[in-house]
Design a binder for this molecule. Structure first.
Ligand code: SF4
Length: 63
């Protein structure tokens, strides 16, 4: 699984970081989310799914 943030859609609301602090982090310079981890276990994948559902702008993309 690969996770990406569409920076054009991300509003920097911080919900993904609150949901999965090990995986998402707000970049304080440009106020968009970044991915801080690239190797995911089952718990991470569940958390990512939760973050995708809670993202208000559908800015989290998985491949
Ligand atoms: S929840 Fe969505 S809009 Fe909010 S910071 Fe994360 S990626 Fe950006």
């Amino acid at each position: 699984m690969k996770v990406l943030i569409d920076v054009d859609l991300c509003t920097g609301c911080g919900l993904c970081e609150e949901t999965c602090p090990d995986i998402f982090k707000l970049n304080e310079d440009d106020d968009v989310a970044e991915i801080t981890k690239n190797d995911y276990d089952e718990n991470d994948e569940e958390c990512i799914e939760e973050a995708i559902e809670s993202c208000p702008t559908e800015a989290i993309i998985t491949e």
